[in-house]
Design a protein around this ligand. Structure first.
Ligand code: GAP
Length: 442
């Protein structure tokens, strides 16, 4: 973990937030390479959900959440962790995460601490104006269920996907970006007819494993953990967690829950008329029945299957798998990030052999724009004049291809193409560059 954290800081993937003021615990900023990797991971998820399936719609709902939504969803009451204080040092910990130095000391009785961030909306500061930063992106998918059905004429089964920030005031944020207070989720709520939920749940577990494999997190590195009944979230009938061996241990990367008809049932009016399976709080405030026409023509509250993945945990897993230290023949070693090309922050670096040589740099700039215009991600010009150093840097940040422009290029239009993983160098003609680049990067 330490080496990975150091690389992330040194090369501009991830910085501690508010570092110059001593840092804000559990909050991170994403640097020039981190933002690219994050965007690439999110766009791979979006692509696989919204574009590759013909039955999934996208949504981008608000972060500020009306408190009523979180009352009916159960979060106000149950979104808590047990907290204890160490009477010796005065620090607070999640009950299951007390460090050894305090474990044997005098601890207070555990009490429940609600993890939601509360804020005020508008100029009035009273009970009527408070709202929350959403603790999961899911709730606004449920509250927009009717809107999406009405505007898209969807039938069951279908899904709504969303990527966005979520906030949790974790008592003990830790393990770099694994457990943080501000993070992003990639969540799908997939609506099915009651009775079709078990099969849909199993199917989504398999689909999600395959997706992680495509991101460079092989199936063999993930263990499936079926959450025991007494540990299930209040909304869940069954949850399977995808557990990945992070540098600090085996922990949850993504959860796939069968949320039954709890959420849509909870947010509906006239619940007594709806044949809801889950135990829901009586709703006196909603103005809508969150139902849809079933195949038999009757109205039904669908069941929901929810694959919910954290972007930061995804990044950590992807970086951990890609992080490689290779021995080289002459007793040297190299650090290389073997990221899948579609996730790499920089797709290619164009390197003029001699720094500031007008002809070489001019041609390198032209090649850079040509490749950049393909729209496959960021291409950079690396004008350091030190080829060995440039290759090492690009290896460390996971750039799949380096293209070197030298004096031969000016004579015969050929460039050197260097492959990150094999370190093989081949000479190719500039006219073939676009085709070769597209094949390697896709
Ligand atoms: N809507 C369901 C839900 O929010 P969750 O298991 O609490 O379920 C889903 O969260 C995913 O969000 C987790 O699998 C994890 O990847 C990510 N996540 C949750 N809390 C996090 C935190 N404090 N820091 C980073 N990621 C977190």
């Amino acid at each position: 973990m330490d080496e990975l954290v150091a690389l992330c800081k040194r090369r501009g993937f991830i910085y501690q937030s508010a570092e110059i003021y001593g840092g804000l615990q559990g909050v991170y900023d994403y640097g020039p390479l981190g933002v690219e990797l994050k965007n690439n991971l999110k766009s791979a998820w979006w692509q696989s959900m919204v574009y590759e399936n013909d039955d999934i719609e996208g949504l981008d709902a608000s972060i500020l959440t009306k408190s009523m939504i979180l009352d009916y969803s159960g979060h106000t009451e149950t979104f808590t962790d047990p907290m204890v204080d160490c009477k010796s040092c005065g620090q607070r910990f999640r009950e299951d995460q007390v460090p050894e130095s305090c474990a044997k000391k005098d601890l207070t009785e555990a009490r429940q601490f609600n993890l939601m961030f509360k804020t005020n909306v508008g100029p009035v500061d009273d009970e009527s104006s408070y709202a929350y930063l959403r603790p999961e992106t899911a709730q606004h998918i449920f509250t927009n269920f009717k809107n999406v059905v009405d505007s898209t004429s969807r039938n069951l089964p279908f899904g709504i996907a969303q990527i966005g920030k979520a906030f949790r005031n974790e008592i003990t944020p830790r393990n770099f970006i694994f457990r943080v207070r501000e993070f992003e989720q990639m969540e799908l709520e997939y609506f099915v007819a009651p009775g079709d939920d078990d099969a849909a749940h199993s199917s989504w577990v398999q689909k999600r494993l395959k997706w992680w494999e495509k991101q460079g997190v092989p199936i063999e590195t993930i263990e499936l953990y079926e959450v025991p009944t007494d540990e299930l979230a209040h909304y869940s009938k069954k949850t399977v967690d995808l557990m990945y061996k992070f540098p600090h241990g085996l922990e949850e990367l993504e959860g796939i829950a069968n949320r039954t008809d709890f959420d849509l049932g909870s947010h509906s009016k006239k619940q007594g008329e709806l044949n809801i399976n889950a135990k829901v709080k009586l709703n006196k405030d909603s103005n809508s029945k969150l139902t849809i026409k079933n195949n038999d023509g009757g109205m039904v509250v669908p069941f929901v299957i929810e694959p919910s993945a954290g972007v930061e945990r995804g990044m950590l897993a992807v970086l951990n798998e890609a992080f490689t230290i290779e021995s080289l023949p002459d007793n040297k070693s190299r650090l290389v990030l073997k990221l899948k090309p579609h996730l790499a922050p920089i797709k290619a670096a164009i390197i003029p052999l001699k720094k500031n040589d007008k002809n070489l740099v001019g041609l390198a700039k032209k090649i850079r724009s040509t490749l950049q215009e393909l729209g496959l991600g960021r291409i950079i010009l690396e004008n350091t004049g030190n080829i060995g150093k440039s290759y090492r840097k690009q290896d460390e940040i996971g750039t799949p291809l380096c293209i070197t422009v030298d004096f031969e290029t000016l004579e015969d239009n050929s460039v050197t193409l260097r492959d990150r993983d094999s370190m093989k160098q081949v000479r190719i003609n500039i006219k073939d560059l676009v085709k070769i680049f597209m094949e390697k990067i896709k």
